[in-house]
Design a protein around this ligand. Structure first.
Ligand code: HEM
Length: 526
């Protein structure tokens, strides 16, 4: 200690002097002001009341999904090409054009279902959200580790999340509610196949893939578009955990993924991912047995090869978790020139949801926070609102002209950078599912592509969680597995027949506290 904290002679000019938020030096941080040393306290006790009332407000609402996360800063470096093709053929987005061009990024990895301090070993997709601070403003690529999703229509998302989150009465996550929703939403079967395999528990954040999942568009200088999917491939390799391995990790450390990322960056072992894209011409592709806008489907690699467009390096930990990782706000609407939306119904629903929740979670001026603000100049006529702390028009604008158009002065519209993409859209307004739903075929392909230990894990994990579910739900899940692949269906049916009934009325998800009867069957040869 450099000085006596209780000493009134504290030098207020010293850099490490404690102050309140008004800049007043705090001369005694151990004792509140009281009438005599035994109290009572007085209401004019400004320093105490400010300190405690700010503490009372230290938390903001946690994210309604993806509450548990870890973040890091870094950069994206463009290859100046899409595989061996000229990238400008596909997109005019500036960040991709020049080989070696670097764009700063902030990344947040997350789990989905549970709260801010929940174990990072749970069976759950992982979020992989990247904010690129480009010269044309921010671009957010809000993805997951897996390349597909449970549902294909945004209107189902709140129900899906309700079913996956803890029961509203017991506050315990319940596999029966999870499978009740999934059995009744057969489009989820492909994703369930991934999530119940070891791919549902990545070993850490550094050794997992990422994917934009939804279909976007790339637009070139002529205003022509292609459909595009984004994928991140970790240079550290991919590693997933068996249920048993996850339980072993969780018994010792439930922050292991956050710690792994933080420690690696601290010691200079910077994680890297390559960004690859798949492209498709911008039409309905009637020759395919799936719809290119259906996010429950993979685009086969042999038909739509992966093209590398750049790499990302994470080389700096956040200075402050709350300021950066908690308050960062990603959204699928945050695109730059040369990137566009597709008609993917999930993407369109998501695009409303993110900024809507962020106005509630962080506040109306969330885009003024340094972690969310673009590095380039911002110049809008939007102003005011809670916690506004700067004029978005910038210091050099005429302060009287906060509107546009104006003959007098003020901000002017930007010039169009390239030809606008103007797709023609016709059709009746309907409430209908897409035609080529093909819910189980790719789940079968995925099952057949798994290694034996992954198949064994998948069946074991499904059996353990389905064993205590209602028979109608079990039957529907078996039927979906049989439709996907005969062997898959057979093993699930046999596994459930043999599974002994668990004794509890709650059905734990992900086998975390479940019946481990079939764990012995796991082939540990991996
Ligand atoms: C976070 C909505 C589907 C990836 C969120 C949040 C909401 C949301 C409200 C919280 C955002 C915040 O508080 O800042 C939705 C809706 C979806 C959907 C309505 C479907 C209609 C998806 C899909 C993916 C995804 C398909 C994967 C591609 C993420 C990620 C985050 C997130 C990674 C965390 C972002 C962060 O780290 O701050 N989502 N989501 N979501 N979502 Fe979605």
């Amino acid at each position: 200690m450099k000085k006596d904290q209780h000493n009134n002679e504290t030098n207020i000019e010293e850099e490490d002097t404690l102050t309140n938020r008004q800049g007043h030096p705090i001369t005694n941080n151990q004792n509140m002001r009281t009438v005599g040393n035994r109290g009572p306290a007085t209401l004019e006790n400004y320093d105490f009341i400010e300190k405690i009332s700010h503490f009372d407000r230290e938390r903001i609402p946690e994210r309604v999904v993806h509450a548990r996360g870890a973040g890091a800063h870094g950069y994206f470096e463009a290859y100046g090409a899409a595989g061996d093709e000229d990238i400008s053929k596909y997109t005019r987005a500036k960040l991709f054009q020049e080989k070696g061009k670097q764009t700063p990024v902030f990344v947040r990895f997350s789990t989905v279902i549970h709260g801010g301090h929940s174990p990072e070993t749970l069976r759950d997709p992982r979020g992989f959200a990247v904010k690129f601070y480009t010269e044309d403003g921010n671009w957010d690529l809000v993805g997951n580790n897996l390349k597909i999703f449970f549902i294909r229509d945004a209107v189902k998302f709140p129900d899906m999340i309700h079913a996956f989150k803890p029961d509203p009465v017991t506050n315990i996550q319940d596999a029966e509610r999870f499978f009740d929703f999934c059995a009744s939403s057969p489009e989820s079967f492909h994703m369930v196949t991934f999530v119940y395999s070891p791919w549902g528990i990545p070993a850490n954040y550094r050794m997992m893939q990422g994917s934009g999942v939804n279909t976007y568009k790339w637009v070139n200088n002529e205003g022509k578009a292609v459909l595009v999917k984004y994928h991140w491939e970790p240079k550290q390799g991919i590693r997933n955990l068996t249920q048993m391995e996850a339980e072993e990790v969780q018994a010792k450390n439930f922050n292991h993924a956050t710690q792994d990322l933080y420690d690696a960056i601290e010691k200079g072992d910077f994680p890297e991912w390559e960004l690859l894209v798949q492209t498709m011409s911008d039409d309905e592709h009637p020759e395919l047995d799936f719809d290119p806008l259906d996010d429950t489907k993979l685009w086969p690699e042999d038909l739509f090869p992966w093209k590398a467009v750049g790499k990302m390096v994470l080389n700096k930990n956040p200075d402050d978790y709350f300021t950066e990782v908690e308050q960062v706000a990603f959204g699928t609407g945050v695109l730059v020139d040369g990137l566009d939306f597709s008609d993917d119904k999930m993407l369109q629903g998501r695009t409303f949801s993110y900024s809507d929740t962020q106005r509630h979670r962080v506040g109306a001026n969330y885009l003024q926070l340094p972690i969310n603000a673009p590095k380039k100049r911002v110049a809008t006529n939007q102003s005011g609102g809670q916690m506004s702390y700067r004029l978005d028009r910038g210091p050099f604008q005429n302060p009287h002209i906060n509107y546009e158009p104006s003959i007098l002065d003020g901000l002017q519209e930007a010039k169009q950078l390239g030809k606008e993409h103007t797709p023609m859209i016709t059709g009746n307004l309907v409430r209908q599912s897409i035609e080529r739903d093909n819910n189980t075929k790719q789940a079968g392909d995925t099952y057949r592509n798994f290694e034996q230990w992954e198949k064994t894990e998948l069946i074991s994990n499904l059996v353990n969680d389905l064993a205590n579910c209602d028979k109608r739900i079990q039957d529907k899940m078996i039927a979906l597995a049989e439709e996907a692949d005969k062997d898959y269906g057979h093993h699930l049916r046999e596994g459930l027949k043999n599974a002994s009934k668990g004794g509890t009325s709650q059905k734990p998800l992900g086998n975390i506290a479940g019946n481990n009867a079939s764990q012995d069957a796991i082939d540990k040869s991996h």
